[in-house]
Design a protein around this ligand. Structure first.
Ligand code: BES
Ligand code: ZN
Ligand code: ZN
Length: 497
């Protein structure tokens, strides 16, 4: 599908479907919607009245005018004007694409939602429309015999204001990038763990390096190298699997950069729980346990084009958490990369053990900031639900930057505390720390353990256990399966430097 943003007049666009919009409770249609209604002799407004169509957010009304340039007109509700924002633009764009597809429309012409009457920044609107439409069109059909063929081949976004069009085009480019990074992450997460082993993640990283035309470099550490650097956490967790662990270190360093940001991702290619085996149903979605690394790879896949002004490094320690005769046992002690030891009392709390190594390695790179993304705790999902990531940090300025970026990106995040009083919960009798704490506050105690491995480097931990994998349709542009959570926020964050 092509998305074309251009100047034009909605009242004389030849197409299969023309998309216009209106706010809830709007007395008279204004702007482009008003013009189309006028050209149709008030057809839309009269149907709206007759059918008591209220223009609630996401509600749609299909009109079939006769003798008009457009074969059909779709009115999408924007909801209340007071609540209107860029996220509504993303959502209604996704809804109009999906509706068009469902009824088999080939050529769609849409109003540039949000600009003009909506009062939003047209560049942001262009970006949100592209993200909404493209993400809504995502399907994962690698393993299907029959693939669906989408109906929409041309999605035009049209405005008669040339300045708005120009701005929207700039935003659209960014939208294409954030879509492409998100899709890579979704594909990696959705691929069954049997086909997404550590070595596969390495291949993906290698492909990214190759496609970057030497703008991105990579260092790989295999099992032997991991032993050499003393990454006992990853080595311990990977013991039970026949697939060897690997640490991946990606680096994008533009010439004039003054700051270095390190992105760290949890990369458990499958989390069975290990000897502390999970119940069957809890394993259904555990191919998603590398979603943190998938987000890092998603970002790296577009860095050469995004060209942020900062140095960005991406680090993940990939391994599989399985039980076997060689597996790590509850009570075993591992020595991590910075010399601190962890008593692994529960082999299903493996993420923090592998992240201890990755974070300690990240600190060695002397960064200005570390951001880690991890499907770390079920407790975070209990606390915030499936749609909101938990964010913890040792630095007010950095967390503010991350939360601001998440708002622009349309990803929900909420701060959780790194409560010092709970530190005693992760003290071990036999090692420096243990990897589980009491029954309560599980997201916080996991965060507290990670904190012990970042020293004084400004650091933000994002627990994406809820949003990384959707067990139901979340919104019009996020369906079941891997979501690519974190990619858009990270892109926005890197742009802010
Ligand atoms: N990968 C899981 C966390 C998870 C849960 C991710 C649900 C996505 C959805 C993690 O390794 C885990 O199993 N955590 C345990 C920790 C506990 C044993 C202390 C948990 O949250 O139950
Ligand atoms: Zn686990
Ligand atoms: Zn896990």
């Amino acid at each position: 599908m092509q998305i074309i943003i251009r100047k034009g007049d909605l009242t004389n666009e030849k197409c299969d479907l023309l998309v216009v919009n209106a706010f809830k409770g709007q007395e008279k249609f204004g702007g482009a919607t008003g013009a189309v209604d006028h050209a149709l002799g008030g057809l839309i407004s009269s149907i709206v009245k007759e059918e008591k169509f209220s223009c609630k957010l996401g509600e749609t009304l299909l009109v079939r005018p006769s003798g008009f340039f457009a074969k059909r007109v779709l009115l999408v509700g924007l909801g209340k004007e007071k609540r209107f924002d860029i996220e509504v633009v993303r959502e209604v764009s996704a809804i109009s694409y999906k509706t068009a597809n469902k009824i088999g429309m080939k050529k769609v012409v849409s109003i540039l939602h949000g600009a003009g009457h909506g009062g939003l920044n047209p560049k942001e609107c262009g970006r949100a429309i592209v993200e909404g439409v493209r993400l809504a069109s995502y399907t994962f059909e690698t393993y299907k015999k029959e693939r669906t063929k989408p109906a929409v081949v041309e999605f035009n976004v049209v405005s008669n204001d040339l300045r708005d069009v120009k701005a929207a085009l700039v935003g659209a480019e960014l939208g294409e990038l954030s879509f492409s990074g998100t899709v890579l992450a979704r594909d990696l997460i959705n691929t069954p763990a049997g086909h997404m082993q550590p070595a596969e993640l390495v291949k993906v990283a290698q492909r990214i390096v190759k496609e970057s035309k030497s703008k991105i470099k990579m260092k790989l550490m295999d099992e032997t190298a991991l032993k050499k650097i003393g990454a006992g956490g990853v080595l311990g967790i990977s013991q039970g699997s026949d697939h060897p662990p690997v640490m991946v270190h990606l680096r994008y360093a533009p010439r004039s950069s003054k700051k270095k940001i390190v992105l760290v991702g949890k990369a458990i290619t499958f989390d069975s729980g290990g000897l502390s085996l999970k119940p069957a149903e809890a394993m259904y979605t555990m191919k998603c346990d590398m979603a943190g690394a998938a987000a890092v790879l998603g970002v790296f896949s577009i860095l050469a084009k995004l060209q942020p002004r900062v140095t960005v490094e991406g680090i993940f320690a990939a391994c599989e958490n399985l039980p076997s005769g060689k597996a790590i046992r509850p009570g075993d002690v591992v020595k991590t990369l910075n010399g601190k030891t962890i008593e692994v009392l529960h082999t299903d709390a493996e993420g923090r053990v592998t992240l201890a190594d990755s974070l300690a390695y990240a600190v060695q790179q002397r960064p200005d900031a570390i951001i880690d993304l991890a499907t770390l705790t079920g407790a975070c999902v209990v606390a915030l639900g499936e749609e909101i990531s938990g964010v913890m940090s040792n630095n007010r300025k950095l967390i503010t930057k991350v939360l601001d970026a998440s708002k622009t990106a349309g990803e929900k995040m909420w701060e959780l505390p790194l409560e010092r009083a709970y530190k005693k919960e992760i003290k071990s009798e036999v090692a420096d720390y243990k990897n589980i704490a009491g029954k309560y506050g599980g997201a916080l105690t996991a965060g507290l353990l990670l904190q012990e491995f970042v020293d004084d480097v400004p650091w933000v931990h994002i627990d994406i256990a809820g949003p990384a994998f959707a067990e139901r349709q979340i919104n019009a542009y996020t369906g079941k399966g891997g979501t690519g959570a974190g990619v858009r926020t990270l892109i926005e964050l890197l742009r802010s430097y």
